[in-house]
Write a new protein. Structure first.
Length: 193
């Protein structure tokens, strides 16, 4: 006799189909450290997981809509022992090598600038149906590097720096919407909630 989880209120409360899809896509990538990445993602709160996936979908949609490169980064949370940051880029082309190169460079700069212990990078190609097409995992100990200091300052200043967001805290109704529209949350993404 098999027991169904459909009616299990507790289990279904934390179930997030998009997050499961993200983890399943990670499993299909032939990259080292996938297990470490999935464990780091599972350490996130359920709200943080939901927000991460929502921002990935929104960023990918922006690229599809306007044909431009978009990215966001989640800085490490000081309340956790392992300072883990996440970067996502949505490339405006379908060049896998360019995606990997830009993702690696941006992740190195973000990790260095934030003095993070671990950095996870996800990237997607413009016409891909997948949430992620490339992944980066860096858990090397932070140490001062003159060249990285210079490169991170150059990369993370100006228009192409991307957006830094927090995913663990709830957005207030009167705060600016996290999607970047410039509207208040209650007049934008929070309208139907």
């Amino acid at each position: 006799m098999e027991v169904s989880d459909e009616g299990d209120v507790i289990k279904n409360r934390w179930k997030n189909d998009d997050f499961d899809r993200l983890c399943n896509q990670l499993k299909t990538l032939d990259e080292p450290k996938i297990t470490d990445i999935i464990f780091r993602l599972l350490d996130l709160s359920s709200d943080a997981r939901k927000n991460l996936v929502d921002f990935i979908v929104q960023t990918k949609q922006k690229t599809i809509r306007d044909g431009e490169f978009h990215n966001f980064s989640l800085p490490p949370d000081d309340s956790y022992s392992h300072r883990t940051g996440i970067t996502y880029i949505s490339l405006s082309s379908d060049n896998v090598e360019e995606l990997r190169k830009r993702l690696l460079a941006l992740c190195q700069a973000r990790k260095y600038k934030s003095k993070g212990d671990v950095w996870i990078g996800f990237g997607s190609l413009r016409s891909s149906d997948e949430m992620i097409d490339a992944v980066v995992f860096n858990n090397q100990q932070w140490e001062y590097d003159k060249e990285l200091e210079y490169l991170s300052n150059v990369m993370l200043e100006g228009e192409g720096q991307g957006k830094q967001i927090r995913i663990g805290n709830k957005t207030g109704r009167n705060e600016r919407c996290l999607c970047g529209s410039g509207l208040k949350y209650k007049k934008c993404c929070g309208m139907n909630k």
